[in-house]
Design a protein around this ligand. Structure first.
Ligand SMILES: [Ca+2]
Ligand SMILES: [Ca+2]
Length: 266
């Protein structure tokens, strides 16, 4: 989609969202399924809400998130409270959102997929849009790498995103564990509101599950790198409760932040 067309859509969405608020649709128009809602609207938490391509399409205070159908994207209220009880055992450099659809994993649950979801809303049309992933790894509690993330669902966004071929996120160790040159072989940018869902592969190519006590490290090109020319990005890390990887189940929030973070698997 061209930049001007995106702006055009954004304007339409913004106007549409405004009209919805004026009509009270987002809070008052009850629904039990998508079919109950008008054109361009979908049913979320029993209210009709507008669709979106990314967060800039939504009104201020709203973010673009994947719908429960696992395909569409909708504007939902951006709730980002800092609450240790809600956040759970995050352990390193993290801030905490409230998950879109909280799902509590069971003790001892094996998670086969993790999702990194971009939360950037500023400078989304820059040439390094959204969070810039260098690698994601699954580690034991001592920080020894068990496996690296391999893309299973590519939800990157942005036609202007030049860094989304994903070759650096194929389950192989990163070329360097330091900050690499910022290029499309070393970095995959999610695009604003974009996401990637990962499985974890050993060097032999075997899948590994994330069990309680392991930790997920996300190394994003952030303030720990030479970032004079890059904008700060924020992202959330989620586990998927469906072992067959239905994207809509990737809602179990375990951490968020910018740059390099480590989130404990509860
Ligand atoms: Ca970026
Ligand atoms: Ca970045």
């Amino acid at each position: 989609m061209t930049k001007s067309r995106r702006h055009w859509y954004g304007a339409i969405f913004a106007a549409f969202s405004l009209s919805l608020i004026m009509l009270g649709c987002e809070s008052d128009e009850a629904c039990s399924s998508d079919g109950d809602c008008g054109d361009e609207l979908l049913c979320y938490e029993e209210a009709c809400v507008p669709q979106c391509e990314w967060t800039p399409d939504c009104n201020e205070g709203y973010v673009c998130r994947i719908h429960t159908d696992g395909v569409s994207q909708i504007c939902v209220l951006d709730e980002w409270p800092v609450d240790e009880e809600t956040c759970g055992p995050v352990i390193s450099g993290l801030t905490c959102p409230e998950p879109l659809k909280p799902v509590v994993g069971e003790p001892g649950f094996e998670y086969w997929h993790a999702q990194v979801l971009d939360r950037s809303v500023v400078d989304c049309e820059a040439d390094e849009p959204g969070s810039d992933l260098i690698y994601i790894s699954l580690e034991d509690s001592d920080g020894s790498v068990l496996a690296y993330g391999n893309i299973v669902d590519d939800g990157t966004t942005g036609d202007l995103n030049l860094y989304k071929n994903g070759v650096n996120l194929n389950g192989s160790p990163p070329m360097t564990e330091e900050c690499p040159e910022f290029d499309d072989m070393s970095v995959t940018s999610l695009g604003c509101g974009g996401f990637i869902t990962f499985e974890f592969l050993t060097p032999d190519g075997n899948r590994v599950s994330a069990e309680a006590g392991t930790q997920v490290r996300v190394f994003e090109f952030g303030s720990q790198c030479f970032t004079d020319d890059t904008t700060p990005d924020e992202f959330g890390v989620y586990l998927c409760t469906d072992p067959n990887n239905t994207p809509a189940t990737c809602t179990y929030f375990i951490g968020s932040g910018s740059g390099e973070i480590v989130a404990l698997v509860p």
